[in-house]
Design a binder for this molecule. Structure first.
Ligand code: FES
Ligand SMILES: [Fe+2]
Length: 450
């Protein structure tokens, strides 16, 4: 039964009381279209890393939702995010993935734009336009808000949206654990290699949901766990042996009940974790990680520090903050198609031997050929196909795990924790999804919207 995705019909699809969510939100075309308008045109989205555009004129072509955008650094060193479309007839003005250019020249009729977005060249400006075109009004379309947070660039189309840090709330602690250097100093990450990009036939929300902290799907990775493809070399544990982190309050899920973000790590603790991975075949690498862990302990003292974990910043920005370390964005490409982009991080200051070892681990872990990522995509792909059937669509998914076992988290605003395994985070995430889908403006869904 096709759903006409009006506000009134949507609210029946996400039932927080029962812990059920309709399959329609993963397969329906109308709902998908509404997501483009309601979510992707007003949420904060990750577009790239400053290390990708280190020099003036550098650019990286990224995406916000379905739409192509250009992340670029202008001649004065300022960072911009522009819609990748010519103001004349819409042709893409940049058709490469990344590079350096003094101007973006549209291949159709030749309008050209400076790296600051200004329309600087119009063929036959005198002869055909009689010098009457007001070029100052026809520059590239720029996002309404943009922020560089510890080297990561985030953008928003909506001038009414709250600031990025308000949008993040206390999820910031988990994002900091991703972006800060391993020795605890602020920021300092860089991208290693290029961005991995691939498509898989699944709804984009499957990936986002999984990274909220699906500890339940260990069975999917059983073979990889048995082989032992961890960063420490053959036979070592994936994620650098996070399983050695003591059980109890470090294991579980922290979810943000008003903002929809969530992490598969437990609550932040004063001083963070003390653990670091073992590298049996690389004592010098182990020594490096022991050293930076020690430095971090000294630097952060008793400050609250989030554990290394997976996480998702609403709506489609996921991350690993440990091994591997980086951001995965789930770009929507139709209700049953996702384009995944993965940026992998290392500390810019790390020795080359460490960067190389991490690069190899990232390749065997993630991306379309990575052993772990393949397991996950197999599930999401078949789940999407199996959910789209006429009969299947009538039966909601079950999100009831550990309902009622949530407890508040000391030191975090609007956050709850469930120990071990739970589905609290997707429940809060989809509640937020519904709020976005139903709201006409930011003021209805954010208490401090400007
Ligand atoms: S479409 Fe770009 S110059 Fe005509
Ligand atoms: Fe997985």
């Amino acid at each position: 039964m096709a759903i006409n995705a009006t506000h009134s019909s949507l609210s029946g699809l996400v039932d927080m009381q029962r812990g059920t969510i309709s399959r329609e939100i993963f397969v329906d075309e109308d709902i998908y279209q509404q997501e483009q308008e309601q979510l992707f045109s007003r949420a904060w989205l990750f577009v790239g890393h400053e290390s990708q555009i280190a020099k003036p004129g550098d650019y990286f072509v990224s995406c916000m939702g379905e739409e192509s955008v250009i992340l670029t650094r202008d001649r004065n060193g300022h960072i911009h995010v522009f819609l990748n479309t010519c103001r004349h007839r819409g042709m893409k003005v940049c058709r490469y993935d990344e590079g350096n250019a003094p101007v973006f020249t549209c291949p159709y009729h030749g309008w050209s734009y400076g790296t600051d977005g200004q329309l600087v060249g119009v063929p036959y400006f005198k002869e055909a336009y009689h010098s009457e075109l007001d070029r100052s009004q026809w520059g590239l379309i720029e996002v309404s808000q943009m922020v560089n947070y510890k080297g990561t660039i985030w953008a928003n189309w909506d001038p009414q949206a709250p600031s990025f840090l308000d949008y993040l709330g206390d999820m910031k602690l988990y994002v900091d654990a991703l972006l800060d250097s391993r020795d605890g100093s602020e920021g300092g990450s860089e991208i290693i290699g290029t961005v991995s990009k691939w498509q898989f036939p699944s709804n984009w929300k499957f990936g986002a949901e999984n990274f909220l902290g699906d500890h339940y799907h260990g069975i999917s990775h059983r073979s990889e766990i048995l082989v032992g493809t961890g960063p420490g070399g053959p036979g070592t544990e994936r994620h650098g042996g996070n399983s050695r982190v003591p059980r109890g309050r470090f294991r579980g899920n922290v979810g943000f009940t008003r903002l929809g973000h969530g992490s598969g790590g437990g609550p932040p603790l004063p001083g963070g974790t003390r653990n670091f991975p073992e590298f049996p075949s690389h004592p010098e690498i182990e020594e490096y990680f022991r050293h930076v862990a020690e430095e971090r302990r000294k630097r952060i003292g008793d400050k609250l520090y989030a554990p290394a974990a997976t996480g998702t910043v609403f709506p489609n920005i996921s991350f690993h903050s440990w091994f591997p370390r980086g951001i995965a964005v789930w770009h929507p490409r139709g209700p049953q198609m996702t384009e995944a982009w993965r940026w992998y991080f290392v500390d810019a200051s790390a020795p080359n031997s460490v960067k190389e070892l991490l690069r190899h681990y990232y390749m065997r872990y993630g991306g379309p050929a990575g052993m772990t990522e393949q397991d996950d995509m197999e599930n999401w792909n078949y789940a999407t196909v199996a959910s789209a059937g006429t009969i299947a669509r009538r039966h909601a998914y079950n999100y009831q795990m550990a309902t009622g076992h949530e407890e508040p988290v000391e030191g975090l605003r609007d956050a709850v924790f469930t120990e071990f395994m739970s589905e609290q985070n997707p429940r809060w995430y989809f509640k937020r999804w519904l709020e976005f889908m139903e709201a006409d403006r930011w003021g209805q869904i954010f208490p401090v919207a400007r």
